[in-house]
Design a protein around this ligand. Structure first.
Ligand SMILES: *C1O[C@H](CO)[C@@H](O)[C@H](O)[C@H]1NC(C)=O
Ligand SMILES: *[C@@H]1O[C@H](CO)[C@@H](O)[C@H](O)[C@H]1NC(C)=O
Ligand SMILES: *[C@@H]1O[C@H](CO)[C@@H](O)[C@H](O)[C@H]1NC(C)=O
Ligand SMILES: *[C@@H]1O[C@H](CO)[C@@H](O)[C@H](O)[C@H]1NC(C)=O
Ligand SMILES: *[C@@H]1O[C@H](CO)[C@@H](O)[C@H](O)[C@H]1NC(C)=O
Ligand SMILES: *[C@@H]1O[C@H](CO)[C@@H](O)[C@H](O)[C@H]1NC(C)=O
Ligand SMILES: *[C@@H]1O[C@H](CO)[C@@H](O)[C@H](O)[C@H]1NC(C)=O
Ligand SMILES: *[C@@H]1O[C@H](CO)[C@@H](O)[C@H](O)[C@H]1NC(C)=O
Length: 270
């Protein structure tokens, strides 16, 4: 079914994206993304509501090959694919987004495992001051509140959901945030909703999520790329996700992928 629909999404995306990156995102795509969030149990399990105003692409670069890997809602990624800090690309209505700064948070609600979330949420990255570039790239200039550490689901864990949320930055974010969140703040037991409330960020503007499980094969297995878990401030986030739920989510998400890729390609060419 998704293979039949995909060309339609591509076509509509091409038509809509043919100008610049300043395109209005289709409601269909946005609805599909929020459906994927619900199917993955993220809404209401992790955040109470998710009504995105833009499409977020999270692009990792694989160290060994330099190849880019695009995370769209429900994508399965390996530990090796997610070692490097990703780039963030936003497709949104220009009139809403162009003059704004953004806050990005990447965190794991499944730490140390999807079945035992005693360390969740585990914070992998939080930063503000991201500005929207002409190609959709969100570029930051201020120091991170939490520097990126890669996913490190522990051996034996089911895949974890890794969430990336983008917020419109509030007026006093830059002055207040470092007192609430800094390099001394434990990465474990983070609460994105509490942070959003404390800093007046409101509901997420955009977001996505991907799955990463522990590496089960390959020479550079889990030993090398995992951050040591169980430590307060430098630990890894390791959490698995339930397999039955994840396949349903991924299938849903496939509807979004073609349109999203098209947006990105168009943006690059513009
Ligand atoms: C953003 O960019 C600055 C460099 O100006 C860097 O020091 C900072 O830690 C970066 N990362 C985040 C997540 O903000
Ligand atoms: C859950 O994980 C924590 C942290 O790793 C661990 O200390 C605890 O024993 C685990 N609980 C169960 C029920 O496995
Ligand atoms: C948004 O539109 C304005 C005016 O048309 C333009 O100057 C700006 O570069 C656009 N921004 C993006 C991110 O496309
Ligand atoms: C860093 O964040 C913690 C909360 O995790 C806060 O208690 C502390 O005051 C902050 N440090 C600074 C220097 O603001
Ligand atoms: C996270 O924070 C929100 C808002 O303060 C609160 O309602 C919720 O119970 C918190 N979640 C956890 C797991 O503490
Ligand atoms: C992981 O580390 C253990 C002990 O350090 C070692 O015995 C094992 O061979 C390593 N596994 C891999 C895949 O490197
Ligand atoms: C976590 O932080 C507390 C207080 O900073 C400290 O007492 C404890 O040893 C830390 N635990 C780990 C595993 O680092
Ligand atoms: C992701 O992995 C799960 C198993 O963990 C699988 O059921 C699902 O089909 C995969 N999704 C995609 C899009 O490959």
């Amino acid at each position: 079914m998704s293979s039949l629909l995909a060309p339609l999404f591509l076509l509509s995306a091409l038509i809509q994206a043919s100008e610049v990156c300043a395109i209005a995102v289709t409601d269909t795509s946005l609805t599909t993304i929020s459906t994927a969030f619900s199917n993955a149990g993220i809404v209401p399990g992790v955040i109470p509501v998710f009504k995105p105003s833009g499409i977020l692409d999270v692009v990792f670069t694989i160290p060994s090959t330099g190849q880019a890997v695009n995370a769209t809602p429900g994508t399965n990624l390996t530990v090796q694919q997610t070692v490097n800090e990703p780039q963030f690309f936003l497709t949104a209505d220009n009139t809403t987004a162009s003059d704004t700064q953004f806050v990005i948070a990447l965190f794991d609600p499944d730490a140390p495992t999807p079945q035992n979330t005693s360390l969740a949420q585990f914070r992998h990255l939080v930063g503000g001051g991201y500005r929207w570039g002409a190609n959709g790239l969100l570029t930051n200039s201020s120091a991170a509140l939490t520097e990126f550490v890669p996913p490190g689901p522990p051996p034996g864990s089911d895949p974890h959901r890794y969430m990336v949320l983008v917020f419109l930055q509030s007026q006093d974010f830059a002055s207040k945030a470092p007192y609430i969140l800094n390099s001394s703040t434990p990465r474990t037991n983070f609460n994105i909703t509490a942070l959003s409330d404390a800093l007046g960020l409101g509901a997420p503007f955009s977001g996505t999520f991907f799955f990463t499980g522990p590496d089960t094969s390959g020479p550079s297995g889990p030993n090398t790329s995992e951050p040591s878990s169980a430590s307060n401030s430098t630990g890894t986030g390791a959490k698995p996700t339930d397999v039955a739920g994840s396949s349903a989510r991924s299938r849903n998400a496939q509807l979004v992928v073609p349109a999203t890729f098209t947006f990105i390609l168009i943006c690059f060419m513009a």
